[in-house]
Design a protein around this ligand. Structure first.
Ligand code: NDP
Length: 334
């Protein structure tokens, strides 16, 4: 598959270019940036043959099969619609858009055009999260009562730009991390949050946007999910817990970009470590995307998964702003 990068981004440089090239026949043939000079420098640094600032020109290239959109969040919507209009498959970064309506429009446009559209939710591609889901599906913890997700990290200095000071670019911890946690909860529990009650604040980094959030979500089964996201916690570590009538799962250090961490299952039989495969998270996501384009299965996280994670995140922000419990509006998502 030949890819065009839309956005000369850190995530593409650190994880995605390698993941695209690791697939059989995988190539990155173009990069598009807002600045032609920056695109050329980025292309030179990463060995990409084509570069420029003209999106239409890149999309007119018949060699390009698919695009990976990792620009700042406010640009995803227009860029995805342009790519779909040009007949390209789309792997889009989270959050898909600034509003649920825009995200729905993107996903429907791809469906109407018969193109694959996926969301780059990497956590559900990890061996650890898949192992936790299997424990739940196999009934090892009985009926799920609650889950806790702690995803309070310290934003690295090189990422302390638009995320902490540009609401108009989609900054803030809620569009950045709460979307991932919403996807994790949906993936693990197999159901969509119904209502959320939230608080948010700025605890040292956020300038006009929130850098910390805590929320509680109710699920249709009656289970409750507690989520904590932050940019300002250097030593908190990350993890998730799922508690059921017959057992509890503790997964420590697993809210990360790497295949690390440890899982423990606790039941009346005692404590047992749970092994999991250590494949790359982003590589797995790209593999499933390539397969989906070839007609084999669906992407790890579909466009509708991206719509739903965004809907939960925006409900969290709405609840935190208003102080009211909010019913999640999925915008008619399938
Ligand atoms: P970056 O800030 O690195 O890149 C975003 C855009 O900012 C780029 O497209 C680029 O614009 C511009 N930019 C970046 N560096 C510079 C620079 N030195 N000078 C000038 N402009 C610059 O963002 P991230 O890579 O962290 O995030 C990009 C997207 O990916 C976001 O939507 C984010 O939510 C998502 N993301 C997803 C992750 C995941 O695990 N799924 C992890 C990290 C991010 P231009 O292209 O115009 O040059």
């Amino acid at each position: 598959m030949k890819w065009a990068l839309i956005g000369a981004s850190t995530i593409a440089a650190q994880h995605m270019i390698g993941a695209f090239r690791a697939q059989d026949g995988g190539e990155v043939v173009r990069v598009v940036s807002g600045s032609a000079d920056r695109a050329a420098a980025y292309a030179g640094e990463h060995g990409i043959p084509g570069s420029g600032s003209d999106l239409a020109e890149a999309l007119a290239d018949p060699e390009v099969d698919a695009v990976y959109i990792s620009s700042t969040n406010e640009k995803h919507h227009a860029q995805a619609l342009a790519a779909i209009g040009a007949g390209k498959h789309v792997l889009c970064e989270k959050p898909l858009a600034m509003s649920v309506g825009d995200a729905v429009e993107m996903v429907r446009a791809a469906e109407d055009a018969g193109l694959v559209f996926a969301t780059n939710h990497h956590l559900r591609c990890s061996g650890s999260h898949r192992a936790v889901r299997t424990l739940i599906e196999d009934g090892r913890i009985g009926r799920v009562l609650s889950a806790r997700i702690h995803h309070a990290v310290h934003l690295p200095a090189n990422l302390q730009g638009w995320r902490i000071n540009a609401a108009e670019a989609g900054g803030g911890v809620i569009p950045d991390i709460t979307v991932h946690d919403a996807d994790v909860a949906r993936f693990l529990l197999g159901e969509d949050p119904e209502t959320v009650a939230a608080q948010m604040g700025a605890s040292g980094m956020g300038q006009g946007v929130e850098d910390s959030a805590m929320s509680v979500w109710t699920m249709p089964s009656g289970a409750m999910v507690m989520a904590h996201e932050s940019f300002t916690h250097p030593f908190a570590g990350s993890g998730l817990e799922v508690h059921g009538t017959e057992g509890s799962v503790f997964a420590r250090g697993v809210m990360t970009q790497r295949p690390v961490g440890e899982i423990e299952l606790v039941t009346k039989a005692g404590r047992e470590p749970v092994p999991f495969p250590d494949h790359g998270l982003y590589g797995q996501g790209v593999r499933q995307f390539v397969d989906a384009v070839a007609g084999k299965g669906t992407p790890a996280a579909t466009g509708w998964d991206g719509v739903k994670s965004l809907a939960v995140a925006l409900a969290v922000r709405d609840s935190a702003r208003t102080g009211a419990r909010v019913t999640v509006d999925y915008g008619g998502a399938a």
